[in-house]
Design a protein around this ligand. Structure first.
Ligand code: KIV
Ligand code: ZN
Length: 389
């Protein structure tokens, strides 16, 4: 059976930019949008046009420069929002309006002081109104993660009948377990009669650290789009991280799912977003953290030096990372020390390495990381017959 394509909907410029202190100006947003197009995303959510004149201008300018990828603007299920998004997207080659409303009982009662029936009417009206401006309308059922599945199925059926091409099932609060989120998607696929007329999208937040797992559970159960951000940035604990879902689908061929992302651009793209947004990436972040390809324990270093696959499931070249690093610390073993000395041009026999290793451990206990200059100094001071440079 041929593999199924998963669309990558990047919301770095909308949900990602909601992070406090990460506000971007229009020029920065255009630069990132062009880089996202080059990376191979399928949809760029460029902003929330009614929210501010700056966001309107960003969506409008991005619409002008992006050539192949869909450009999307967010709205509430409010006529004026939708009109403004339609205007901002007017020059986009492939515009999409992303409209929606809260569907959990909590949102319906506490936020809208409304009823399930009234929300169904408002959802359908919003989609129909948006279809006056664009052919491609995505509907989001906000807080779908905590929405009763029976009612959610009615919402999905209603908005598809009203003309939605994509239905987004957000786990807005990052509450779901992967099994629950996957079952929710499967329930919709099996219980919405017109589901073949639209695709389902996963939009997961990371409040419990499950955004990536939930998105993968979603596509394993029939969703065909993942909404994500570079470096996983976004509201509160963030959104699903683009680089993680892309590499999971690439590594696990048995899922029979693929994306069009050029993975060798992942690390450069991560750095570009981090620098532009001044939001630095944690060193242990999967795929793009500075330690993602560093080995520091002696057991791992020994295995890695014999065969990289023993401790690395991804070749760093494949994701545009610097080559794998052996970090010399007090946890390193003789083989890592011998390897580094050899790389620095020194030839020592086994006995020399045994002696040098004791000296190395003394330095390593004093410093967090032993540098090449420390090793060169140590090698220079060492005077047995066997040393040659
Ligand atoms: O998390 C969420 O529910 C959202 C919607 C606006 C799509 O970001
Ligand atoms: Zn969100």
């Amino acid at each position: 059976m041929s593999a199924t394509k998963i669309d990558i909907f990047d919301t770095t410029l909308r949900d990602g930019e909601q992070v406090p202190g990460c506000k971007l100006n229009t020029k920065e947003k255009i630069e990132l949008a062009l880089a996202l197009e080059e990376l191979g995303v399928d949809i760029i959510e460029a902003g929330f046009p009614i929210s501010s004149p700056g966001d309107f201008a960003s969506v409008e300018e991005i619409s002008k420069v992006i050539k192949t990828v869909r450009v999307c603007g967010l709205t509430r299920a409010v006529e004026k929002d939708i009109e403004v998004a339609g205007a901002a997207l007017k020059l986009a080659k492939r515009p999409r309006i992303h409209t929606g409303i809260g569907t959990s009982d909590l949102h319906i009662k506490a936020k809208f002081r409304s009823t399930r029936e009234e929300i169904l009417v408002r959802a359908a009206q919003a989609v129909k109104w948006a279809r006056n401006f664009v052919d491609d309308v995505e509907f989001y059922a906000e807080d779908a993660g905590r929405t009763d599945n029976d009612y959610l199925a009615k919402v999905v059926e209603t908005v598809i009948a009203a003309g939605a091409t994509v239905v987004n099932i957000p786990d807005t609060t990052g509450y779901c377990l992967p099994t629950q989120y996957g079952e929710k998607i499967a329930y919709l696929i099996n219980n919405v009669p017109n589901i073949d007329k639209a695709i389902l999208s996963c939009h997961c937040h990371n409040d419990l650290g499950l955004a990536t797992a939930n998105s993968i559970a979603g596509v394993m159960n029939g969703a065909r789009q993942i909404e994500c951000t570079i470096n996983g940035i976004g509201e509160r604990a963030g959104n699903t991280s683009l680089e993680e879902v892309v590499m999971i689908l690439k590594q696990h061929k048995s899922l029979n799912l693929y994306t069009n992302i050029k993975t060798e651009q992942l690390n450069p793209m991560s750095r570009k977003v981090a620098e532009t947004m001044r939001m630095y990436v944690q060193p242990n972040k999967a795929i793009v953290g500075s330690n993602a390809f560093s080995h520091s324990s002696g057991i791992h270093q020994d295995g890695f030096l014999k065969e990289a696959l023993t401790y690395e499931i991804i070749n760093p070249v494949e994701v545009g990372a610097d080559s794998s690093k052996i970090v010399l610390t007090a946890r390193s073993g003789r083989s890592a020390l011998a390897h580094r000395l050899h790389k620095l041009g020194y030839q020592f026999n086994r006995n020399d390495i045994d002696v040098l290793y004791q000296q190395f451990l003394k330095i390593a206990d004093e410093k967090k990381e032993v540098e090449d200059t420390d090793l060169q100094e140590m090698a220079k001071q060492y005077q047995p017959e066997s040393v040659t440079v």
